[in-house]
Design a protein around this ligand. Structure first.
Ligand SMILES: Cc1cc2nc3c(=O)[nH]c(=O)nc-3n(C[C@H](O)[C@H](O)[C@H](O)COP(=O)(O)O)c2cc1C
Length: 328
């Protein structure tokens, strides 16, 4: 699945050579997930400068805002970075046109059919990865011609698969289903977890929640503090009748739960959700009325720390675990 490279750097700092680091042109097979209201140019460029792959999350951006973030990211790093596009985005043609015009090298698509955009992007020389939550869809991605698959388990923050397959179960089955590069996501915040994923056949990891708790994330300070304060059991997957989403339990969640218990229809749930719950919670910091998307792994995140430190600590722990897998 790869080997350590000696770049003349101190022990534990050298990079890794495998299909994922080669595909993206990065030093470490560590991807910072595309996240609405969290991953703008500051976070993406910080991660790319630190040797991982930073991703701008376009899902919460108007097309013009995305262009500004791409341009600022290019100024802030000369390393490769990516843009994440949830394929349900209403103005998707405009987003994709900007991505192509701005010559973004890598696109991570999600929440939709990989067949729709992969050929268009690849024809422009863009590397394409797609996010899935089942081995069946991993196979469909490979058939659609994507360059890499992100397999995201049920632990993950944000929108989630209906089958509720955990990362531990998803990874081996996705590995069997495809031959192209595979990246694990969902529940990963440490180097030891990264090592476990690589042992199951991943060639890289994508971390979302861990990178929310960084100064560079554009999320509201109050939300970041709530992430750090979250304990085991504080997140849940809800809104299964609409699009299942993992979030922190708060007053908004309780309203949804109550309505669901009374047998609310899709329309009634949509009314409760409204149009700007995610922005209200994660960007404006309304911790009770907003939607606070975060993963189960938030219970392991104890500190807000710079993105570059997150990358180097995860990498150093991974290197140590690979050398001494049974030493804690
Ligand atoms: C705040 C937040 C926002 C997210 N937004 C998106 C998004 O816009 N597009 C997407 O594909 N995934 C999104 N995700 C999922 C992440 O890309 C990633 O796969 C997931 O966070 C990995 O699991 P983890 O949170 O356990 O690290 C989001 C996750 C979080 C926590």
């Amino acid at each position: 699945m790869g080997q350590f490279t000696d770049n003349g750097l101190p022990a534990g700092q050298a990079g890794f050579d495998n299909r994922v680091t080669r595909l993206f042109g990065i030093r470490y097979p560590i991807v910072q997930a595309g996240m609405i209201w969290a991953s703008g140019w500051r976070l993406a460029s910080a991660v790319s400068n630190a040797g991982g792959l930073g991703i701008i999350g376009a899902g919460s951006m108007y097309p013009d805002v995305l262009r500004e973030h791409i341009q600022k990211c290019k100024q802030a790093t000369d390393k490769p970075f990516a843009v994440n596009v949830p394929l349900l985005y209403p103005d998707i043609d405009k987003l994709m046109a900007i991505i192509i015009e701005e010559k973004v090298p890598i696109v991570f698509t999600s929440a939709g059919n990989p067949k729709t955009w992969t050929a268009v992007l690849k024809e422009k020389g863009i590397v394409v990865a797609h996010v899935v939550s089942s081995a069946k869809f991993a196979r469909k991605c490979q058939d659609a011609g994507v360059d890499a698959v992100v397999a995201e388990g049920f632990e993950a923050g944000g929108h989630n698969g209906r089958e509720e397959t955990t990362t531990l179960c998803l990874l081996p089955s996705a590995r069997e289903a495809i031959t192209i590069p595979l990246i694990a996501a969902g529940g990963i915040a440490t180097g030891r977890a990264m090592y476990a994923m690589m042992a199951l056949g991943a060639e890289g990891v994508q971390m979302g929640s861990r990178f929310v708790a960084t100064p560079e994330a554009s999320s509201n300070e109050a939300f970041k503090n709530a992430v750090v304060a979250a304990n085991e059991g504080d997140t849940i997957v809800t809104l299964k009748k609409l699009t299942p989403v993992r979030l922190i339990k708060n007053h908004f969640y309780k309203m949804v739960e109550e309505a669901e218990n009374k047998g609310a229809t899709v329309e009634e749930l949509n009314d409760i959700l409204g149009r700007a719950r995610a922005k209200q919670g994660m960007f404006e910091g309304n911790l009770e009325e907003g939607e606070l998307e975060i993963g189960q792994v938030s219970s392991l995140i104890k500190e807000i720390k710079p993105a570059a430190e997150v990358v180097s600590e995860v990498w150093a722990e991974f290197v140590k675990a690979a050398g001494q897998p049974f030493e804690l």
